[in-house]
Design a protein around this ligand. Sequence first.
Ligand SMILES: Nc1ncnc2c1ncn2[C@@H]1O[C@H](COP(=O)(O)OP(=O)(O)O)[C@@H](O)[C@H]1O
Ligand SMILES: CC(C)(COP(=O)(O)O)[C@@H](O)C(=O)NCCC(=O)O
Length: 241
Amino acid sequence: MHLCIDWGNTRVKAAFFQEQTLVADYNFSEEEALTGLMALVAEKQPKAVILCSVANHPPELKILLQEQAPLVVLSSNTNLPIMNAYHSPDSLGMDRLAIAVGANAAYPDRNNLVVSVGTAITYNFVHQNKAFRGGSISPGLQLRFRALHEFTDKLPLVSETGDTPILGYDTETSIRSGVMLGIAAEIDGMINYYKEQYSGLNVVLTGGNAGLFAGKLKNQIFADSQLLLKGLNTILRHNVR
Ligand SMILES: Nc1ncnc2c1ncn2[C@@H]1O[C@H](COP(=O)(O)OP(=O)(O)O)[C@@H](O)[C@H]1O
Ligand SMILES: CC(C)(COP(=O)(O)O)[C@@H](O)C(=O)NCCC(=O)O
């Protein structure tokens, strides 16, 4: 079995794959992740591990993993089944590259746009010629709620749960309207930009908050909450065979 680890800015996700099949997945807080992951490795003894991190994971993580199994740490130097045409590959978030690989593997020979709704919202375009071309980064759901609260004197901290009218009728619903419907409108607007440029665009929605928006978009999308982990498995198989 292969173990794939996605260390994000809010949550740490992991999955075991048997060949191309995801057999078990896990979701940890940052605090519980190191212990949780090492317990999984001890129990399941994976043949190889891949780590994709965009956050400050504990420095001992790589050493501990390496002691247990061959480890691929995803970087701009890792061999990939797609090309990376980003102009600053060393500053690219490796999670963005992993979802690009995941989309290209699931929908080959298509112009793929992957929208990941996590801590940040990222838009990631992979041309049908297999080149990752980049996209956009914008603030995610919690970032928007927190920014309104933390950078103003009067606005409360609101969450996604509750009435979300287009026409907010009080402070709470006005904020929820702006954040939730604003994100949905942003995603639809971005998809429309790409549709104007690229024929046969295929759109995949992923990330921890994707489920809040999948049914609210005007454009047709595929939702896949495990796209990043699947992309990591594809990269690992590309490197350890
Ligand atoms: N099991 C869960 N525990 C906590 N948050 C979750 C869970 N599932 C989804 N979420 C939501 O997903 C968000 C994180 O999305 P994710 O794509 O994992 O972000 P990142 O990759 O930036 O860490 C959280 O802000 C939360 O709203
Ligand atoms: C944009 C991100 C913060 C998204 O991270 P996430 O929300 O998935 O935790 C991450 O991909 C990142 O740190 N990117 C570096 C800048 C870039 O991709 O150009």
